[in-house]
Write a protein that binds this ligand. Structure first.
Ligand code: NAD
Ligand code: GDD
Length: 346
């Protein structure tokens, strides 16, 4: 468990203006950390969440000097900063994804020099060997399935390399590193349009657009048969906390094991919205692997816990948040929110 010294030393959340980083800052403040330092590349007015009780700074953490400043006195560092997004972004921006290696490398060097005790790295299920994800009825991925290495091109290679960098910084320099392999995380206060959104938010937005336009159609990337598991943000935060408090330095899955097809995800969103849409399938859209699920044997064994929020419950909260954001934007653009959005009593 964290000791009182940790509560007094600054905690750095790199990528604090992002989706998970923004939630993590709130969570750390709730845990009692008095000095939470959130740093992000984006100007503060573009952060998903801005917490007044934290120190909020804009800086490019791909630069060593900025990492040194961000890590000053930090007792722990959480690296959630990365140039990434859903399949639409990572398939088309492989070099940008790989450049995130600079962020983790410079943060590790700076944390080591600042005497930081524990360093958290947000890795991804995209590190897993593509051969193990060829069919929708995929066998859940165990931690050992990352090797032999054949990860997602670009983004996955960067994550795998950075995992190893963490491992060797622990072995050679003594900084305690913790690595979670997140499986697709969703929830309120995340990206829901613009090209970086992932399937859960994208499907919510597309359903809202279909309702607002009166054209009751939805375009789905791929054939809709591909499978994923999606983890609600509250589970992600609980997992980060437990992993940071543990002595687990090897990478560990942090994901839901509730497997669903993308068609099944659309079913859930349609039922929340109270609508049925005509589906079209864009087969040449970015699709990624055919199937992916998280094997949670290790996390259950080591931490006595695994993500448990049901997809239908998490999606209801996510849809309602995106619906409010969507309506705000409609109003800002001089259009009244669509009267046809029907609320079903939950
Ligand atoms: P996000 O895009 O919302 O947040 C990442 C933040 O990093 C952004 O706010 C971005 O501005 C910031 N950033 C990018 N480059 C930077 C730089 N040079 N300096 C400082 N800040 C920079 O993404 P997220 O969903 O919150 O993901 C957080 C972490 O978790 C990332 O490392 C991501 O790869 C990992 N991850 C997320 C998911 C998911 O489904 N959300 C899945 C697997 C792994
Ligand atoms: N983004 C998106 N938008 N995906 C869609 C859409 C849509 O409108 N319609 C269908 N999909 C399909 C994609 O084609 C893909 O097959 C599946 O939904 C999931 O897409 P994403 O949510 O974008 O990404 P992912 O699950 O393949 O990968 C994500 O999770 C990884 C961790 O598990 C990405 O966010 C990675 O960056 C992340 O590491």
């Amino acid at each position: 468990m964290s000791d009182s010294t940790d509560f007094d030393r600054p905690v750095l959340v790199a990528g604090g203006g992002g989706f998970i980083g923004g939630h993590l800052v709130a969570n750390l403040l709730d845990q009692g950390y008095r000095r939470v330092r959130a740093v992000d590349l984006k100007p503060l007015d573009q952060w998903h969440q801005l917490h007044d009780a934290a120190e909020n700074l804009q800086a490019d953490l791909s630069l060593l000097e900025n990492c040194k400043g961000a890590c000053e006195d930090a007792g722990s560092v959480y690296n959630l900063a990365c140039d990434m997004g859903g399949m639409g972004f990572i398939e088309n921006n492989k070099a940008l994804c790989m450049l995130s290696v600079l962020i983790n490398t410079h943060l590790l060097m700076s944390a080591r020099d600042a005497g930081t005790k524990t360093f958290f790295y947000a890795s991804s299920a995209c590190v897993y060997n593509a051969e193990k994800q060829k069919t929708p009825d995929v066998i859940p991925l165990q931690e050992s399935d990352a090797y032999p290495a054949m990860p997602e091109d670009g983004y996955g290679w960067e994550k795998l390399f950075s995992e190893r960098m963490c491992r060797h910084f622990q072995e050679d320099f003594g900084i305690e590193t913790r690595i979670a392999r997140f499986h697709n995380v969703y929830g309120p206060e995340g990206t829901w349009d613009g090209g970086r959104e992932k399937a859960p938010a994208a499907i919510c937005r597309k359903v809202l657009e279909a309702v607002a336009s009166g054209k009751h159609e939805i375009e789905i990337w791929g054939d809709g048969q591909q499978t994923r598991s999606f983890m609600y943000i509250d589970d992600c935060l609980q997992g980060i906390r437990l992993i940071m408090q543990s002595d687990l330095s090897a990478p560990i899955n942090l994901g839901s094991s509730e497997l669903i097809t993308i068609n099944g995800l659309v079913d859930i969103v349609e039922s929340i919205a109270g609508i049925r849409l005509k589906r079209t399938y864009k087969l040449d859209a970015p699709k990624g692997v055919n199937g992916r699920n998280s094997d949670n044997t290790l996390i259950q064994q080591k931490l006595g816990w695994q993500p448990g929020v049901r997809l239908s419950d998490g999606m209801r909260k996510t849809y309602r948040w995106i619906e409010r954001e969507f309506q705000k934007r409609q109003t800002e653009h001089g259009r009244a929110p669509s009267p046809s959005v029907r609320h079903i009593p939950q």
